[in-house]
Unconditional design. Structure first.
Lengths: 540, 524
């Protein structure tokens, strides 16, 4: 069994599971025969095979069940890992066109539902189907009509009842899934914005809203309760009916001598054991249904259109220092009603080492242009790197050349060093510390309790807005890409620090190309930062 | 160790009491059904007759199962709703500065882990006690030898269950804990995806996600391998004892020591003794996660709260004085002392990280001051709900709810009229870039900031807030928009006490009082 083939594990688990159930059926059938035969007072030797079989079935059931449980859990957890990775990779492809902070950010949780679908849905069903088949064949072999009755009973108890329960609960379940998603999203949102909501006095309203969402969830759960019980009850009735049916067929047959007396107990008691196999199926069907919403969400994410069309055969990036040309570029975020960047007149020539500042009002498309340069977004018009159109190149390769320091840089829940090192894995502590110092965090570094190894807490909460920006800057510096695109690296910096950091950055950028997006309000020429810049462009 | 029944869990939720009574009653009825069905079936096979009473027993059993499930699911839903409300209430009161993602996970999915406990495990508990005893009694009356076999094997099951439970309890707790850490890690990674992608690290992180999940799987399987042993003992005890009963009854039948009908009765009844135990046990392990979740829920409920003062009915009208205030953070900040005169613009300056935002949180009553006082015209201030009603606040990061831009602005004053929202939005120029009924989630950082400003304007307008707190209100704005925002100081914010933090010169130049926190603070 190789880890690459979960199918083998799933099949092994079904085999063990059905084997355990067949042992249960075999135990009851052979015991019934044993006792009936014994009542005819035969020599004990005649019973030996049955006695051995009874004991073997007795042991086999437990052992096989143990194997089945371990193998199925292993398979499900492997599946979970695979689904998680696929969803994560997909989210990575879609970012930042799809905001990870949006509702899709929670889709990783739905991967659990996909694994659950197998563990508690598909696998028990497959095992039960095989075991039931064995029971029906046994009954058929003894008395064909009893086999038919058992088949009918099992179909009602193992198929109709679960399907009925599931389809009856379907609306309620779908409703519940939507209601649960709403409740989860609203709760997360409320806790996320607790400071504001408290300050606005909006908490009572929010809590009332949550309580309404909660009631919707509870109501949906109440509704599905009626139908969940219905399935199990129908299974109990089908069990009784099968036993009664076997009795009704077997008793006259015995009386008329068509059926040996010793087999009456077998055909009457085998159904009892066979129905043990379908007992859990109503719940399995409901699980399956509940997991369907999870599967749907996962599938929805997996099938979203690419925000960036990757070339099937990426062209190689022409060698030499990077020379960027931007010519009449427009771009639009997915789902946006209009172009976020529409600058039909924009033509820029950026030879290696060029320093460019882009200014413009909020919403003029500065960040959109940055996203286009980093190949996060498709564009119309032309952007070339050493003469090659960006859209013909591999986006990852482009990003190795053009490094974007984003507007809302995320500080991960790990050490300061790791937060910076992600820009260049393998960078030494000294490189990391140097990058931090160049980003103006030198003094901060010296007061950190554990230096580089200090953990910055959840949401990077132990760092201020300005420190967050400077960590982002340190990453960009460490990445050492020949083109740096920095989107408002000075947004949370005080003026003196901003000037120091930016001038230092521009001075130390060496032969790198730097595209700086900023709100800086100083007049060109007078601003100490702009003195280090070749060109200032203002988007409108 | 989580026992078979968590008394706290039963006590905490009022909805459980009548439900437990129903469970006990149905347990007795299930036992009666099992005995009746076995006797009738044995009689039918031995005499080759079809007893009609069997139909009645079967029908009653069906009804019983249905009723049991309905009550179980409803009780579970009720209990979960109660717990969710209680935890949320507690969290909201204790942590206005924002709880951790782990708590969020607990309030949402953590409570759902209680489902298998209430809907699956508890209803199996009463039959698991009543039915084996009833079966044992019936066996003792009809065939002592079978009764002995069952009596010897039955106690093995709870014994091994408890033993193995004892071994795995700590591991189960650790697994639940690591699951939570894992969830937090994944959420953190997803939030940081844009950053990871920019540095070409997204693929590596995907591999990391796979590796961590695989490690978790190995740890989980290690626990399960032991945990499932109790199920193995149960299954083997159940089936082997049935096999023993069958073989012993068969041998005694051959010698004529046992009547056929009695042997059949014993054979049909013996498995019934183990069935409810088996169901309860299979639910027990699923319920363990629920019990572990409950433990965490109670930990939140029991956490010392009360950092948040109730506060007097004081409105922030007058001169505000901050006196020797320090704030406990990872690196404590302060002490800060300054005065913000009534009706003037006080700008707090100082390098990033010195504690400007924390200071505003103290003024809002979101964070307690570790020491020092906040005074209003010389009187001590205890910031509470009424105090906050007099404050308009623009936080550093704008929080948006799912909904339209207008809904997001209106959030600042619950129940605010549409025209007031429109007025506030127009004042900060929101209609220039988006219609008010557009979805707010697509806004850029600068646009979000203007939503936050519109909220403050709305509060100043409708609540006539005497105090305005601005935390870097123009950080994401271009100079043109910034100027427009600064006009608010002569407009809706005019005549109010304004305390602002900023890194920008334009706002600083407008200050009536410039407080350099760097000069004030003596790092501890």
């Amino acid at each position: 069994m190789t880890p690459q083939r979960p199918g083998v594990r799933l099949a092994a688990s079904v085999l063990a599971g059905s084997g355990a159930l067949v042992c249960g059926i075999g135990l009851m059938a052979t015991s019934a025969w044993l006792i009936s035969r014994a009542s005819q007072h035969p020599p004990v030797l005649y019973l030996m095979v049955a006695i051995v079989a009874v004991r073997a079935f007795g042991m086999g059931r437990g052992a096989l069940r143990y194997v089945e449980r371990l193998v199925s859990h292993d398979a499900a957890l492997r599946l979970l890992a695979r689904t998680r990775v696929r969803v994560f990779e997909r989210l990575a492809e879609l970012t930042p066109a799809i905001r990870p902070s949006g509702p899709l950010g929670t889709v990783l949780d739905n991967a659990e539902g996909v694994a659950d679908r197998w563990l508690r849905g598909v696998l028990p069903m497959a095992s039960a189907a095989i075991a039931c088949g064995a029971a029906v064949v046994l009954e058929w072999w003894v008395t064909p009509s009893a086999g038919a009755v058992l088949l009918a009973g099992l179909l009602v108890g193992g198929l109709v009842a679960p399907v009925l329960a599931a389809s009856g609960a379907r609306r309620a379940e779908l409703h519940a899934a939507a209601a649960r998603a709403t409740l989860t999203a609203r709760t997360a949102e409320t806790l996320d914005g607790l400071p504001e909501l408290t300050a606005f006095g909006a908490l009572p309203d929010r809590l009332a809203l949550l309580s309404r969402a909660d009631r919707a969830v509870t109501r949906a759960a109440f509704r599905s309760a009626w139908t969940a019980g219905l399935g199990s009850a129908l299974t109990v009735l089908a069990t009784g009916a099968s036993v009664l049916g076997a009795l009704a067929l077997g008793v006259p047959a015995v009386r008329e001598g068509r059926l040996p007396f010793v087999l009456l107990a077998v055909i009457v008691l085998t159904p009892l054991a066979a129905f043990e196999a379908v007992a859990e199926l109503s719940q399995a069907a409901q699980r399956l249904l509940r997991a369907r919403e999870d599967a749907r969400r996962v599938a929805a994410v997996l099938s979203l259109p690419e925000p960036v069309t990757e070339p099937s055969v990426p062209a190689p990036i022409p060698g030499g220092p990077p020379h960027l040309r931007i010519d009449r570029v427009t771009a639009r975020w997915p789902d946006a009603p209009s172009d976020s960047l529409s600058e039909p007149g924009l033509q820029l020539d950026l030879p290696p080492g060029r320093r460019l500042v882009i200014m413009g009002a909020s919403g003029a498309g500065k960040s959109t242009l940055a996203a286009v340069l980093a190949r996060f977004l498709d564009y119309r018009g032309s952007v070339t790197l050493n003469g090659a159109e960006l859209r013909d190149l591999s986006p990852d390769a482009v990003r190795r050349v053009i490094c974007l320091g984003g507007q809302e840089a995320h500080v991960f829940d790990t050490t300061v060093a790791e937060n910076v090192r992600l820009a260049r894995p393998g960078a030494s502590d000294e490189d990391v510390a140097d990058a931090l110092r160049r980003a103006g965090l030198g003094p901060w570094l010296t007061v950190l309790p554990a230096g580089l190894a200090t953990r910055v807490g959840e949401h990077g909460s132990a760092v201020s807005g300005g420190q967050r920006q400077r960590i982002a800057l340190a990453r960009a510096l460490l990445a050492d890409a020949p083109v740096l695109v920095l989107d408002e690296p000075d947004a949370h910096l005080d003026d003196a620090t901003a000037v120091t950091v930016l001038t230092d950055l521009l001075a130390r950028a060496g032969d790198r190309t730097v595209i700086l997006i900023t709100h800086r309000d100083a007049v060109p020429g007078g601003d100490p930062v702009l003195r280090h810049v070749h060109e200032v462009v203002t988007l409108s | 160790m989580p026992g078979p029944v968590d008394p706290r869990l039963l006590r905490e939720a009022r909805a459980t009491a009548p439900y437990l009574v129903a469970c006990a009653v149905s347990g007795g009825l299930v036992a009666a059904c099992a005995l009746g069905q076995a006797a009738l079936l044995a009689h039918a096979i031995a005499r080759a007759t079809v007893p009609l009473a069997l139909i009645g027993v079967v029908a009653f059993r069906g009804l019983l199962v249905w009723g049991q499930q309905v009550t179980a699911h409803r009780a579970a839903a009720g209990v979960k709703a109660q717990l969710r409300a209680r935890v949320l209430d507690k969290v909201v009161r204790d942590r206005p500065d924002g709880p951790s993602g782990e708590v969020t996970a607990l309030v949402t999915r953590g409570v759902d882990a209680l489902d298998p406990y209430f809907a699956g495990y508890l209803p199996q508990l009463a039959p698991a006690v009543v039915v084996p005893l009833a079966v044992l009694f019936a066996l003792a009356v009809t065939d002592v030898e079978s009764a002995v076999i069952v009596a010897v094997t039955l106690p093995l099951i709870p014994m091994f269950g408890a033993l193995i439970g004892l071994c795995t309890a700590a591991r189960t707790r650790r697994r639940w804990r690591s699951l939570e850490v894992l969830a937090g890690h994944f959420a953190d990674t997803v939030r940081g995806l844009p950053t990871l992608k920019a540095f070409g690290r997204a693929q590596a992180q995907a591999a990391q996600v796979g590796r961590i999940t695989a490690e978790h799987r190995r740890a989980t399987l290690g626990t399960l391998r032991i945990a499932f042993v109790s199920a193995l003992v149960l299954e083997i005890a159940a089936t082997v004892s049935v096999a023993l009963v069958a073989v012993s009854a068969g041998l005694r039948l051959v010698s004529g020591a046992l009547p056929f009908e009695t042997a059949l009765f014993v054979l049909i009844l013996a498995p019934e003794a183990y069935l409810p135990l088996r169901s309860a046990a299979s639910q027990f392990h699923a319920a363990q996660d629920g019990v572990a979740a409950a433990t965490r829920i109670f930990a939140v409920l029991d956490a010392p709260g009360g950092d948040v003062q109730v506060g007097g009915a004081l409105r922030p009208i007058g001169e505000l004085r901050v006196e020797d205030v320090t704030i406990a953070r990872r690196e404590p900040v302060g002490p800060f002392s300054f005065t913000a005169p009534a009706g003037a613009l006080t700008v707090l300056a100082g390098p990033s990280g010195i504690g400007k935002t924390s200071l505003l949180d103290v003024l809002l009553g979101l964070t307690p001051a570790a020491s020092g006082r906040v005074l209003l015209d010389g009187a001590d201030v205890v910031p509470g709900d009424e105090w906050r009603r007099g404050i308009a606040w623009v936080p550093q990061r704008t929080f948006l709810v799912a909904g339209t831009v207008a809904e997001n602005i209106a959030l600042a004053v619950p129940g605010s009229p549409d025209d007031a929202v429109l007025r506030a939005a127009s004042l900060v120029g929101i209609p220039d870039f988006t219609p008010l009924d557009a979805d707010a989630s697509a806004l850029s950082a600068g646009q979000r900031q203007r939503v936050a400003l519109a909220r403050a304007v709305l509060r100043a307008d409708l609540l006539d807030t005497p105090l305005v707190l601005l935390d870097e209100p123009t950080a994401h704005l271009d100079p043109h928009t910034e100027l427009r925002v600064l006009d608010l100081l002569d407009g809706p914010f005019h005549g109010r006490t304004v305390i602002a933090t900023t890194h920008r010169t334009a706002l600083r130049e407008r200050a009536d009082h410039l407080i350099d926190l760097n000069a004030l603070a003596v790092p501890a």
